[in-house]
Design a binder for this molecule. Structure first.
Ligand SMILES: Nc1nc2c(c(=O)[nH]1)N[C@H]1C(S)=C(S)[C@@H](COP(=O)(O)OP(=O)(O)OC[C@H]3O[C@@H](n4cnc5c(=O)[nH]c(N)nc54)[C@H](O)[C@@H]3O)O[C@H]1N2
Ligand SMILES: Nc1nc2c(c(=O)[nH]1)N[C@H]1C(S)=C(S)[C@@H](COP(=O)(O)OP(=O)(O)OC[C@H]3O[C@@H](n4cnc5c(=O)[nH]c(N)nc54)[C@H](O)[C@@H]3O)O[C@H]1N2
Ligand code: SF4
Ligand SMILES: [Mo]
Length: 708
């Protein structure tokens, strides 16, 4: 075996991308201590040579002139910073944090850990432990803008927020996709880097149907069923009823493994196909054809993601998708849906308490509080008020709702520090910005992908190069702040804390090693030959496929309800079905978002060669435009109950009538022509989805007005 290259050593370093959940294998060529090219890795057994345009942009990010490479202290107005030494920054942060917590308790500190942070295994684990070690239950993240309804439906159905079924893309013959555009996004809560290949194969064996208000890049290639935004729950309820009436339910499976099916079917009474057709804008015959084809195809699966998670009925929509997969006997069957293989933990899926917001008593999901509660948590006086905030790898002023109130709130903080690569619209208000590493500057494993991989794989990558400037790894920064506060061991378990007190520095990677070695494919410290450990992974620098042959059959062991049953009914489900039945859909215009291949949420817009070809526009169906006397290139005022912005119209028959689309993540301070669409989304705690705390980001009622 050739010796593994050291960070910074000249040569071709195998690694993997950590920008999205596809985790594509890459080869980074290092010359004179810098990465000079990033190419796909044909030897990576998972991605097999796939990569998208964003991966090489990590070089532009890493070597960007505007990157923060020294600790910054705010010395003037928001955005005005001066470099300081690490010691000065960390000493001051630790001193102030300690005083705030001594006086106000652990909950006076809150963390917001943004999307890119979950792609760093060590950083993510250390952030969790750091928040906990400070005695704070105030964890915020983009969860409420992303996965919250999926987590809550999983809690109801499978007993764990962390158990979400993934489609068996390798074997399914009929795939229904709702609220996802995987040819652009490469999927979420799903790791399948060769997405296009999988979908093409399914389509040649059978069919891929894309249910979406927009004829997306994915919908264009496969069968598109346009749906009115925010109405999917009706469609799915009607499909479930059709399955029942056609006798296509898998009564054996339901009798053996499921509780609550009868109650759910009773509640389907009013959800007939004619009403669904009228509400969803889909022909009743089409709905019937889809339902029957799904029920009759042995290897069939429904997959959904963010497009149905941020509407008023996100959680019940996710539940109905689970119910369809389960009632038709697709769970745990080849070509149906399954729980991915997680080499870090076997057996029952983990459970977590449901955090509740201090103001508004809103529930959280996956251990995270809903972001809508953050501004009030800072602004409203009282016990447990947030006085210190840490934002790692996040930009909630652009990505979350209620930006104006959030800006007002962060100005009120006694301490605000951020770990980031750049000054952004949120951390420009911080007292300190601490520079961190990019993914080519740190070692890692694809931790986030475990349990969502269609074909389980693992890889260990060392850092390719040394950090630019004075950038440090996130876990080191947390450790050093904690140490200065007198917390020598910010770890979750007593044994580890003891080791910390004894002066043993437990690197988070050692914890992952322990989890791998004792996990379902682990080497059990030598007892199992060819078992997993970090050092075993080091022998396979391009990554290895894991033996997951029993994935389909093992689903039952993971169910976290004590009795081992799947549940399709509880008081909250009853309440949500009732709310859905009584909901009045209006005919007004609705706004949804979209993602572009060349941008990533709010932050890849910094890469000039990616962003040059992008102008965010409001997509409007030509007839909706004509009715209002609008044409492509017109500037319009787009308004909702919350706010109003000025945007550029692009007429497009990609859109279903009545639905408009504008991408999120824009509104950067240096360019006023592109707006932050989240200024239009509901911004009050009582307006969000109450069962999951999810923000409403899609299907927003809006009006359009031509500018003079
Ligand atoms: N290039 C790129 N890739 C990314 C990202 C990125 O910003 N850029 N972001 C990453 C992140 S953080 C995530 S979470 C994933 C998300 O990945 P996806 O879940 O695939 O997200 P989107 O591409 O936004 O697709 C959502 C789809 O839902 C549709 N939609 C909106 N409202 C409704 C509705 O009411 N009903 C139905 N049926 N559909 C609806 C939209 O038209 C859109 O096509 O992508 C990841 N990958
Ligand atoms: N309207 C609307 N709003 C949305 C969405 C939508 O579809 N529509 N999508 C939502 C979703 S799914 C998500 S996940 C959120 C994302 O929301 P956030 O996570 O709040 O924001 P990002 O835009 O991902 O910003 C990431 C920040 O991390 C920094 N960064 C990048 N890499 C690293 C790193 O390795 N280390 C550190 N420390 N920092 C790094 C970047 O410089 C940037 O400042 O947005 C949500 N908001
Ligand atoms: S698809 Fe995702 S993981 Fe793959 S190269 Fe593109 S951004 Fe990276
Ligand atoms: Mo996301």
């Amino acid at each position: 075996m050739p010796h593994p290259l050291l960070p910074g050593e000249d040569g071709n370093h195998p690694t993997f991308c950590r920008l999205c959940e596809a985790f594509c294998g890459l080869i980074g060529q290092v010359k004179d201590g810098r990465v000079v090219s990033v190419k796909p890795d044909p030897e990576n057994p998972s991605s097999q040579g796939h990569m998208c345009v964003k991966a090489p942009a990590i070089m532009d990010i890493t070597y960007s002139e505007s990157r923060v490479t020294k600790p910054l202290k705010r010395t003037g107005k928001p955005g005005e910073f001066s470099p300081v030494s690490w010691d000065e920054a960390l000493d001051d942060i630790a001193r102030r944090l300690r005083a705030i917590i001594t006086e106000g308790g652990g909950d006076a500190f809150a963390s917001y850990v943004g999307n890119p942070a979950v792609f760093s295994a060590r950083g993510w684990l250390a952030a969790e432990n750091f928040t906990g070690a400070l005695g704070s239950g105030k964890r915020y993240s983009p969860c409420s803008q992303d996965t919250a309804p999926r987590h809550v439906a999983s809690r109801w159905v499978f007993g764990s927020d962390f158990l979400s079924p993934i489609p068996d893309l390798e074997a399914t013959d009929f795939l229904i996709i709702l609220g996802s555009n995987p040819l652009i996004s490469h999927g979420g809560l799903l790791t399948a880097p060769r997405m296009r290949h999988h979908l093409n194969e399914i389509s040649s064996r059978g069919k891929v149907v894309v249910i979406d208000p927009r004829r997306t890049e994915t919908a264009r290639v496969f069968e598109h069923v346009p749906v009115k935004a925010g109405t999917d729950a009706w469609l799915l309820a009607a499909m479930l009823r059709l399955i029942l009436e056609a006798g296509l339910a898998d009564t054996d499976f339901l009798a053996h493994y499921v509780k609550g099916w009868d109650s759910l079917t009773e509640a389907l009474g009013d959800f007939n196909v004619e009403r669904a057709a009228a509400i969803c804008g889909i022909d009743a015959l089409k709905i019937t054809e889809m339902a029957l084809a799904f029920g009759r195809t042995e290897r069939a699966a429904i997959y959904s993601r963010v497009g149905i998670c941020r509407t008023t009925f996100g959680t019940i929509t996710n539940l109905l998708i689970d119910a369809l997969n389960i009632a038709c006997g697709k769970l745990g069957r080849r070509g149906g849906v399954m729980f991915g293989f997680n080499p870090l933990s076997g057996g029952r899926a983990p459970t977590t308490g449901i955090p509740r917001s201090r103001i508004g008593d809103l529930p959280g999901a996956a251990g995270f509080l809903p972001c809508i509660a953050l501004p009030d948590d800072i602004l409203e006086k009282g016990r447990g008020r947030v006085r210190a905030l840490m934002v790692t790898a996040g930009n909630p002023v652009l990505s979350a709702p209620a930006a104006p109130r959030l800006v007002e709130a962060v100005r009120d903080l006694e301490l605000f520090f951020s770990l980031d690569l750049f000054v952004n619209e949120t951390n420009r208000f911080a007292h300190y910005i601490l520079p961190t590493t990019t993914f080519i500057e740190r070692e890692d494993i694809p931790m986030l992908g475990f349990s969502h991989m269609v074909r389980a794989y693992a890889q260990y990558t060392p850092a390719l190069v040394r950090p630019q400037g004075e950038a440090r790894e996130e876990h080191e920064i947390y450790r050093d702040i904690a140490a200065r506060m007198g917390i020598s061991a910010p770890y979750p378990s007593r044994i580890l804390r003891m080791m910390g007190w004894l002066g043993v520095n437990v690197d988070p990677m050692a914890l992952f090693d322990l989890a791998l070695r004792t996990g379902p494919a682990g080497d059990r410290f030598g007892l199992t030959k060819r078992g997993l450990s970090i050092s075993a992974l080091k022998k396979h620098p391009h990554g290895i496929l894991l033996d997951d042959t029993a994935v389909q059959e093992n689903w039952r062991k993971k169910i976290a309800h004590r009795d081992g049953f799947i549940r399709l009914w509880n008081a909250e489900i009853a309440q949500e079905m009732e709310r859905l039945r009584n909901h009045k859909y209006d005919a007004g215009l609705k706004l949804i978002g979209r993602r572009h291949l060349k941008s990533l949420n709010s932050w890849m817009h910094r890469v000039d060669k990616l962003v040059r070809s992008q102008t965010p526009t409001l997509l409007v169906h030509p007839e909706d435009a004509a009715e209002r006397g609008l044409s492509t290139g017109d500037r319009v005022r787009l308004s909702s109950r919350t706010g109003s912005v000025e945007v550029l119209v692009e007429c497009s028959d990609e859109m279903i009538r009545g639905t408009l689309s504008y991408p999120h993540g824009w509104g950067h301070l240096d360019d006023e022509t592109m707006v932050n669409i989240n200024l239009l989304v509901p911004d009050r705690p009582e307006q969000i989805e109450q069962v999951s705390g999810a923000s409403i980001l899609d299907a927003i009622p809006v009006t359009l007005e031509r500018m003079a």
